[in-house]
Design a protein around this ligand. Structure first.
Ligand SMILES: [Zn+2]
Length: 396
């Protein structure tokens, strides 16, 4: 194996000097470099080379190629390299964090395989091949285990091994297709996780600081993505959440410990209120239904009343019970959008509730329907008074 960049052994070295080996337009290759290229889910390092900003770092064969803007560097120049330490440190935390999350995944989900990894601006993701369904409890357990391992300050080591040694060992993650006779680099979080990895890592778990499992996403059958934040970003998110919880607790006038009790109490209150409203509404409808205007007709009595209720279901239920056998009952409900209920008693001949609604719809716009005994309609162009006049005339 010829590829053995110096950042593998000294991941915290941010300043170095080296000689320019190749120049191809804006692309520079050095004798050696501490710049990490975009590889294995780790983004390319940021920084400067000979004072010029490094815009991208890519691996081409065993070469690490620095992409600059305009420059005047030439082969043989000795240049100073300066890596953005904060950015690199974030990547180291993310990479070390990924090994911790992977080990925790094995504990929580049982048999897992590695399916991908990436460090983003604020979060990292790791994809697991697993058949285990990961619910919220499992996610919480995953986070708990990660933070336990961080606190245990476990050493993180790396060594170069033959492919055969890797294949013999159990529980090695990140193992992709490795060419025969090739040597590979193994990262080990002591007694927790071992994986083949080319990234930069911290020397102990404590430096990761904090891991927050932010969520999961099922990518396809048998592949689940776990998203996590780490280090300072995780703390920022903790406190942002804590502040909104605090506002909610203040509004509810309670504290975290009493919150479940408080919510139960509020639910009970809300149920009681709903019951009360329903009872009041029912009483109101009953009162209103007692005061029908009565118009005597040859074969039946026409009863009319205007009410106002949102509970149209309760109204129609009660109205059905109220219709006498020789009565035609019309109830106009003025609430929000006006609706009309018509009930026709069993002994009333030649009048159908459905026909009345159809005639109204035809003459006054709107629509509706029902049976010959009971029908309702709405959306009419006229107000309650006009509808009333129309129906009285219709059943003269
Ligand atoms: Zn790694």
């Amino acid at each position: 194996m010829t590829y053995h960049p110096p950042f593998w052994e000294e991941p915290k070295k941010m300043d170095f000097e080296s000689e320019v080996k190749k120049v191809e337009g804006n692309k520079i290759v050095l004798e050696m470099t501490y710049f990490h290229p975009e590889e294995g889910g780790q983004p390319p390092d940021k920084g400067t080379l000979g004072g010029y900003e490094v815009e991208d770092v890519q691996k081409k064969g065993d070469d690490i190629v620095h992409h600059l803007g305009e420059h005047d560097l030439e082969v043989g120049d000795v240049v100073k390299g300066k890596i953005d330490g904060d950015f690199r440190y974030t990547c180291m935390r993310g990479h070390t964090g990924a090994h911790i999350v992977y080990g925790a995944g094995r504990e929580v989900m049982g048999k897992v395989s590695y399916a991908g990894f990436d460090i983003g601006e604020k979060k990292a993701r790791i994809d697991f091949e697993t058949d285990t369904h990961i619910d919220k409890k499992k996610l919480l357990r995953l986070e708990e285990l990660c933070n336990k391992v961080i606190l245990e300050n476990r050493p993180v080591r790396w060594k170069i091994l033959d492919r055969e040694e890797i294949e013999k060992s159990e529980k090695i993650a990140f193992a992709k297709e490795i060419p025969e006779g090739e040597k590979v680099r193994m990262i080990e979080v002591e007694d927790w996780d071992r994986g083949v990895c080319s990234g930069t890592h911290l020397e102990n778990t404590l430096e990761v600081g904090r891991i927050r499992i932010e969520g999961k996403k099922k990518l396809q059958k048998g592949v689940t993505r776990i998203v996590f934040s780490f280090g300072e970003e995780a703390l920022k998110r903790d406190y942002r959440e804590e502040r909104s919880i605090l506002r909610a607790l203040e509004a509810l006038n309670t504290n975290k410990r009493d919150l479940p009790k408080k919510i139960r109490h509020l639910q009970e209150r809300s149920n009681e209120m709903e019951d009360k409203i329903e009872t009041l509404e029912s009483e109101k409808i009953e009162r209103e239904l007692e005061e029908f205007e009565r118009f005597g007709r040859e074969d039946f009595d026409l009863l009319m009343q205007t009410v106002s209720t949102e509970d149209t279901e309760m109204l129609s239920h009660k109205a059905k019970d109220e219709v006498g056998e020789d009565e035609v009952m019309v109830i106009i409900n003025e609430r929000e959008s006006l609706s009309v209920l018509v009930g026709v008693g069993d002994k009333v001949e030649n009048i159908s509730a459905n026909d009345l609604i159809q005639t109204m719809s035809h003459e006054l716009g709107g629509g509706g329907g029902g049976t010959s005994n009971f029908a309702q309609g709405g959306g009419f162009d006229e107000d309650a008074e006009k509808i009333k006049e129309f129906l009285i005339e219709l059943m003269e």
